[in-house]
Write a protein that binds this ligand. Structure first.
Ligand SMILES: Cc1cc2nc3c(=O)[nH]c(=O)nc-3n(C[C@H](O)[C@H](O)[C@H](O)COP(=O)(O)OP(=O)(O)OC[C@H]3O[C@@H](n4cnc5c(N)ncnc54)[C@H](O)[C@@H]3O)c2cc1C
Length: 433
C-alpha cells in the first residue's frame, strides 16, 4: 500500500476500506477501472468496532481465504429475558460464525489491491467540489502538510455510520444504536452457544450478547438506543455482567471496542443513496439489519450492486443520478423488503414491557415453536422465521399486538411461506392457546 502521488485522476474514488468499500473497489478494479481506495486509519481493520457474528453466506461473499477468518462455529443461542426466563434455540449444527473482523477487512483490502485498486492509508476525505461533470476530492494525509486533490467521475462513500460523503450529499444522519463490547475469558464455558440478553432495563432499545470463541475467550457486548435511555453502554455492560453471573462470571472489563450501528429505518425508503457522481454503500447508506445490527453481509451484497452499476455507468460514460439510480433499484430489490420487515419486528418488540417480553420468550420455548425456530431461524433473514411463527401460533399475534391488516411485504412473505413450508396452518394452534 503505497501513497505515491503519480496520478491525479481516477475513474472511482472509494472512501473507506471497511468491508463494503474494499468489496466495491475489488470488483470495479477487476473490471479494469482506475480505482483509488482511501482509509483514514494507518492500519486496515483497526480499531475493531464489531463482533464479527455472521452466517456462512458472508464467507461465500468473501470468497477465497474466508475459511481462515473463522474464530468459532456457533451452534445456537440462549435468549435470556427478564425474570430469569430463558429459551435455548438450536444447539446442534452450526448456525453462525464468529469471525476475525480485522482479518476480514485486511483480506478484502488485499483482494482489492491484487485486482489493481490503489490503496491510500492515513488519508482522510476532507471535501468534495463539483467541476463540470467530475468531482474534485480534497484529501488530508497524516504525514503530509496541506491537502492533496484528485479528480474523479464517481465518489463512492463507504465511510461508515458517520459518513462525510453522506453529509456532503446533505442527507440526514441515520439514527444509531450505541454499542460497546469486550473480549474476555469467563469462568464457565458457553459451549459454542451465543447468549442474547433482552429487557428494557438490561439493554433499553437493543440487546446484550456473549459470543464464545474457540480460543477460550468471549466477545461480550451490549447496545442501547439513545432514544430510549441516557445510560452509557459501558455502565449497562457492567450491570449485565452482574445480572447474569451463571453465564458471565469471570468477565473483565478489558479489551474494549465499540461504536455506533446505523439501523435501516422504514423512513429510509424515501431517501436515495445516490446523486450525480455519488453513491453510498454499507453503513453510510444505512444498509444494516434493524433486528440484529448486522451490516457485514448486507454491506457486501450492496457493494456488489454498487460495483456493477459503476461499471455500467463507466461503459455508458454517464454518472448522472438517472444512471446511478440503477444501483438504488438493485440494492433495494435485494435487501429492502427484509429490512422493512425487520423494522416492523423491531417496532413491535420496542412496545413490549418486560413482563410481555418475558411471556413471549417463555412462549417461544414451547417445543413446537422451538422446532420452527430451529428449522427457519436465519440471522440474515429473520423475518422468515417470524412469519412462520405468527402463522402457526395466532396467540403470538395478539401478544405482539400485530395490526389486523399487515403491510404487503408481510402478506407476500406469508403466502410464500405457506406454499413452501409444508407446515399445517393449525398445527400449533392448540399449543399457543
Ligand atoms: C459494537 C458493534 C458490533 C457489531 N457486530 C456486528 C456483527 O456481529 N455482525 C455484523 O454483521 N455486523 C456487526 N456490526 C456492524 C458492522 O460492523 C458494520 O455494519 C460494518 O462494519 C459496515 O461496514 P462498512 O464497510 O459499511 O463500514 P465500516 O466498517 O464502518 O468502514 C468504514 C471505513 O471508512 C473509514 N472512514 C470513515 N471516514 C473516512 C474518511 N473521511 N476518509 C477516509 N476513510 C474514512 C473508517 O476508518 C472505516 O475503516 C457491529 C457494529 C458495532 C458498532
Amino acid at each position: 500500500m503505497s501513497n505515491r502521488l503519480d496520478k491525479t485522476d481516477f475513474d472511482i474514488v472509494v472512501v473507506g476500506a471497511g468491508p463494503a468499500g474494499s468489496a466495491v473497489a475489488r470488483i470495479t478494479a477487476k473490471a479494469g477501472l482506475n480505482v483509488l481506495l482511501l482509509e483514514e486509519h494507518s492500519e486496515v481493520g483497526f480499531p475493531v468496532q464489531c463482533s464479527g457474528f455472521v452466517t456462512e453466506r458472508t464467507l461465500d461473499e468473501v470468497g477465497f481465504g474466508a475459511q481462515t477468518l473463522i474464530r468459532n462455529e456457533i451452534r445456537g443461542a440462549t435468549v435470556h429475558a427478564p425474570g430469569s426466563t430463558r429459551v435455548q434455540l438450536g444447539g446442534k449444527e452450526t448456525r453462525a460464525i464468529a469471525l476475525d473482523r480485522s482479518a476480514l477487512d485486511q483480506l478484502l483490502v488485499s483482494k482489492a489491491e491484487q485486482e489493481g485498486a490503489r490503496v491510500y492509508l492515513q488519508t482522510r476525505l476532507n471535501d468534495i467540489q463539483r467541476e463540470d461533470n467530475r468531482l474534485r476530492v480534497r484529501l488530508k494525509q497524516a504525514k503530509t502538510s496541506g491537502d492533496i486533490c484528485f479528480t474523479t467521475r464517481l465518489v463512492i462513500g463507504a465511510d461508515g455510520w458517520n459518513s462525510s460523503v453522506r453529509r456532503w450529499m446533505q442527507l440526514p444522519q441515520i439514527a444509531t444504536i450505541a454499542a460497546v463490547s469486550i473480549d474476555t475469558t469467563l469462568q464457565n464455558d458457553l459451549n459454542d452457544m451465543a447468549q442474547i440478553f433482552v429487557g428494557n432495563q438490561v439493554a433499553p432499545g437493543w440487546f446484550g450478547w456473549a459470543i464464545p470463541l474457540a480460543d477460550g475467550s468471549n466477545r461480550i457486548g451490549i447496545g442501547c438506543d439513545p432514544k430510549h435511555t441516557n445510560i452509557k453502554p459501558r455502565i449497562l455492560l457492567e450491570q449485565l455482567l452482574h445480572l447474569f453471573p451463571e453465564q458471565l462470571t469471570g468477565a473483565k472489563m478489558e479489551n474494549f471496542s465499540g461504536g455506533f450501528i446505523p439501523l435501516y429505518t422504514n423512513a429510509d425508503h424515501y431517501r436515495e443513496s445516490i446523486s450525480d457522481n455519488l453513491m453510498l454503500v454499507g453503513d453510510a447508506a444505512g444498509q444494516v439489519k434493524p433486528t440484529s445490527g448486522g451490516g457485514i453481509y448486507t454491506g457486501l451484497r450492496a457493494a456488489e450492486s454498487a460495483a456493477k452499476v459503476a461499471i455500467m455507468a463507466m461503459n455508458d460514460g454517464d454518472f448522472s443520478s438517472n444512471s446511478l439510480r440503477r444501483y438504488e433499484y438493485k440494492w433495494r430489490d435485494n435487501l429492502e423488503d427484509e429490512f422493512e420487515r425487520g423494522g416492523d419486528v423491531r417496532e413491535m418488540f420496542l412496545t413490549l414491557s418486560d413482563k410481555q417480553l418475558q411471556r413471549v420468550v417463555q412462549f417461544l420455548g414451547l417445543p413446537g415453536l422451538r422446532q420452527i425456530i430451529d428449522r427457519y431461524g436465519d440471522i440474515d433473514y429473520q423475518s422468515h422465521v417470524f412469519a412462520q411463527l405468527v402463522r402457526v401460533a395466532p396467540t403470538l399475534k395478539s401478544m405482539l399486538a400485530l395490526p389486523s391488516i399487515l403491510p404487503d411485504r408481510w402478506i407476500k412473505m406469508l403466502a410464500n411461506n405457506s406454499k413452501d413450508s409444508g407446515e399445517k396452518e393449525t398445527e400449533f394452534t392448540v399449543l399457543s392457546r
